[in-house]
Write a protein that binds this ligand. Structure first.
Ligand SMILES: Cc1cc2nc3c(=O)[nH]c(=O)nc-3n(C[C@H](O)[C@H](O)[C@H](O)COP(=O)(O)OP(=O)(O)OC[C@H]3O[C@@H](n4cnc5c(N)ncnc54)[C@H](O)[C@@H]3O)c2cc1C
Length: 397
């Protein structure tokens, strides 16, 4: 194997894809859901509330400005749309916000500025069309674009028990083509005066369901952003599995325990199905995510370290951990890290330094595991592609 990628989130998937494009034999090891499978379907480069001057006019604001390789990856994944202009999306609570891109199933309000959008009124415990519409109507975007937000009852063409299902389970029912067909008919009957329908995050756990639903409909239909662990993350996982299979990436379902130097490069010890095995490769990309994914773990206060928590990588590897530009790991800090003083934001800034050392064959890292980088989808894509390309070129040298 020439390249092993550890992590099956967005960064790891991008790294594996880029390394394959450069001709490397690639294996990808992953074992648990990370941030990419929990994310909401809005795609940002900077955290959206921190991005410089995002304009809620949306349709006039420049979009993510994808580099050619990023655009090629997004197209190959087939689950997202990142256009030349910013998208405008709505949360389940009615907050209207800009995004550089979106999961295909989300409704993009930007081209609907000044038009009439119906929020589907569906009897569900986790969906309050009235509250959502009220919050959305008070938003700067809706007011400044004079967009009309209505509330219209919609029969989801459902089966018994739908109302009791969580968003993910309901979305799963729409993976079934017959169910999508019935929903399309319900929209065709109900459309009337509306230019678009906003529904909850119910349009499938496989990518492509929303596209099938929209075929032949004259109105735009799309979702609000997903809750944590909702269908947008499941659609990413589905698209990832298809992409990795199509590209011939060997997928190992297991936990990487340790990365050590080997004579020909690196050895990765993996526990898969209660067995431990060692894989040797020329280059490793660490894309194990941040604290949420278990890529970085908090260590408890201990007698040796004194009070306060520390951080370390979730597997053994020769890396350096940093927080706010200072080296940090379980052993380096006598008093640990004062999270009360640094704020919980420290959990999103701590990470490893990439490349992990000055040597030409140093470990590469990408995505949420890297210190001090934005924890966003498009940063994970950028960094993953970069690490994958570098790993493949170094492996070929
Ligand atoms: C709730 C939520 C909402 C978000 N909303 C947005 C948003 O609106 N816009 C935006 O741009 N970004 C958002 N993000 C951030 C974005 O989703 C992440 O920055 C991005 O998905 C990180 O991808 P990653 O590949 O670096 O890490 P992850 O997706 O966390 O992937 C880590 C991978 O590492 C694997 N792994 C970890 N340890 C091991 C091990 N020892 N062995 C094997 N595998 C291992 C896991 O199985 C997983 O596959 C959100 C994140 C969350 C959690």
């Amino acid at each position: 194997m020439s390249v092993i990628v550890i992590g099956g989130g967005i960064a790891g998937t991008a790294a594996a894809w880029a390394a394959r494009r450069r001709g490397a034999a690639v294996a990808l090891v992953h074992d648990r859901a990370g941030a990419s499978e929990l994310m909401c379907g809005a795609l940002d480069r900077e955290p959206w509330h921190e991005a410089p001057g995002p304009s809620l006019a949306g349709d006039r604001s420049p979009g993510a400005g994808l580099a050619p390789l990023e655009a090629a990856f997004v197209a190959a994944l087939g689950a997202w749309h990142v256009g030349p202009r910013q998208a405008v999306v709505v949360t389940g609570a009615g907050i209207v916000r800009p995004a550089a891109g979106r999961d295909h199933a989300l409704l993009d309000l930007a081209p609907l500025a000044g038009r009439r959008i119906a929020v589907a009124d569906v009897a569900r415990g986790d969906w309050d069309a009235r509250a959502l519409a009220a919050v959305a109507r008070s938003s700067e975007w809706v007011r400044s674009t004079k967009t009309e937000i209505g509330i219209v009852e919609l029969d989801l063409a459902g089966a018994a028990g739908d109302a009791d299902l969580g968003a993910w389970e309901l979305a799963r029912r729409f993976d079934e083509p017959a169910r999508v067909e019935r929903l399309r008919e319900a929209f065709a009957r109900a459309s009337g005066a509306w230019d678009a329908w906003l529904v909850g995050p119910w349009l499938g756990t496989a990518s492509g369901v929303a596209t099938r639903l929209r075929e032949g409909l004259e109105v735009a239909v799309g979702e609000s952003v997903s809750p944590v662990g909702g269908p947008a993350g499941a659609r990413f996982a589905h698209a990832r599995d298809e992409l990795l299979a199509a590209e011939g990436v060997e997928v190992v379902r297991g936990a990487a325990l340790e990365v050590t130097r080997a004579s020909a490069g690196w050895a990765v010890r993996v526990r898969a199905e209660r067995r431990e095995e060692s894989h040797v490769c020329a280059r490793v990309v660490l894309a194990v995510g941040g604290v949420g994914a278990g890529g970085i773990v908090l260590t408890s206060p201990s007698e040796e370290r004194g009070v306060g928590v520390g951080f370390e990588l979730g597997l053994r590897a020769p890396v350096r951990m940093e927080l706010d530009g200072r080296e940090r790991d379980a052993a380096s800090s006598l008093f640990g890290i004062d999270l009360a003083a640094r704020g919980l934001g420290a959990l999103e800034r701590v990470g490893i330094v990439s490349p992990c050392g000055p040597e030409v064959d140093a470990l590469l890292a990408a995505g949420d595991v890297v210190a001090g980088r934005p924890r966003t989808v498009l940063e994970a894509v950028r960094a993953g592609l970069d690490a994958g390309e570098r790993a493949a070129s170094a492996a070929a040298a």
